[in-house]
Write a protein that binds this ligand. Sequence first.
Ligand code: URP
Ligand code: ZN
Ligand code: ZN
Length: 460
Amino acid sequence: MIRGGLVITAGEEIRADVLVDGEHIAAVGAPGTAEHWHADEVIDATGHYVIPGGVDAHTHMEMPFGGTHASDTFETGTRAAAWGGTTTIIDFAIQPRGGALREGLDAWHAKADGVCAIDYGFHMIVSDAGEQAVAELDALVDEGVTSFKMFMAYPGVFYSDDGQILRVMQRAAGNGALAMMHAENGIAIDVLVQQALAAGKTDPRYHGEVRQSLLEAEATHRAIQLSRVAGAPLYVVHVAATEAVAQIQQARDDGLAVFAETCPQYLFLTADSLAEPDFGGAKYVCSTPLRSADHQASLWKALRTDDLSVVSTDHCPFCFKGQKELGADDFSKIPNGIPGVENRLDLLHQAVLDGRISRRRWVELASTAPARMFGLHPRKGTIAPGADADLVIYDPSARHVLSAETHHMNVDYNAYEGRAVTGRARTVLSRGEVLVDGGQYRGRAGHGRFVPRGTCQYLD
Ligand code: URP
Ligand code: ZN
Ligand code: ZN
C-alpha cells in the first residue's frame, strides 16, 4: 500500500491510498476506506505526489548513426529512465536498407530482450519504403508494433520520398497504424550543408543555421497534406519551430487527425548552446535543431492548447569524447542526438512550479497522452484498478542539480549541466516491483518486458 500521497492523474488530484496486488493496481481509495485494507508492505508517501510512471514515446538506445552507436544500451538506458521516473519507453527499431522490416524488428528484440529495467515497446523506422515493406506493415500491427516513423530528412540514410511516404500512409489508413514523421526538407538542407562547408563554415553552430525553421514548416505542411490524401492519421515528432506549430495548429483546427510532440531540449535549450566554444556546441547537435527563444514560447503555448500533446525525449546519446568529435572538422559528421531520458519528468516539473502547466497537464504530457497515443492505455499512463502498478512517488520539493557527475545515462555530458531543479522521483515501481527507492537502485536487468501495443486511442 502506498499511503498518504496526493494521487495525480491527467484527470484529477485526490488524497488517496493506492493498493498494489502483484503487478497491478488493486484499488485507489480515500484514506478512510484504506483503513480496512491489509497490506504486507506500506510505503509512506506523505508530502509526495503519486503519479503514473512516465512513458517516453521516443528513445534511441544503441541507435546506429553516422558510423557509431548511441552510447546507452537498452540496459543502461532503461536503468537511467527508471531513475528519472520513466517506467515505459517506446524505442525505434530500424529496417535495414535493402532488408525487411522483420529483420529490423528481430534485431531490436534481440538487443532489448532480457536486459531492460522497465517495460518497452517498439515503433518501426521504415528506411526503405518499397513494396515489400508496405506489405509487411499489417503483420507488425498484429504484433503490437502499431506506429511507423519515416524521414523527410537524411537523404541516402533514412530518407523516404513523397511517393514512398504516401504508399506507407495509405497502408496505415487501412490497418490503424500511426504514421510518424521526421519533418524536415532534407534535400534542401543537404544543399545548404554543402554550401556552408564550401564556405568554410564547419562549426556546430552552422548545424542550426542550415536546418532552417521554414524547411521544418514546409515538410510538416507536406506531411499533413500527404496524410490527408492517404486518409491516414499523422504524428509529427520532435517539433521545434513556430512555423511548424502553425501548420499543426491549422490542421487540427480543420479537424484533421494530426498530432505532435516536442522534447525538453526544445523547451529548455536554445541555439545559443550550439555556439559554445571549443566545439562544445556539438553536445547540442540534434535534428530538428535547437532554435531561438521565441520558438520556445510557441512550443509552450502549443502545449497548453494541445496542438502539442506529448513530451518525449528523443533520447539519442553520443559521448562528446570520440563520438561527437567525429565531426570536429565538419558539423555534418557530428552524430545527431541529445541525451535526456533521465531528466524529462524533472525538467517538465519546473514548468509546473513556474505556472506554465498544471500538475495534471504535467502527468498528461509525460505519461497519459503518450500511453493513449500509442495504444498503451489504461495499462500504462494512469492510476486505476487493473492498470499496471507503474508508479512514481515524487518529491515535489527535492532540489538537485542535473549533471553528468551524478546522472545514470551512459554518456559523458549532460545537456543541462549545472541546472538546479526542484522535484525528483523518490520511489519508482514497475509492475509492483520497486526499482528505485530513496537514492538506492533495486531494479534488475530483465525485469522489463516487451509490451505489444494497440492502435492510437485518440482515434477510437
Ligand atoms: O538528432 C536526433 N533527433 N537523432 C535521433 C534520430 C531522429 O531523427 O530522431
Ligand atoms: Zn527524427
Ligand atoms: Zn528520434
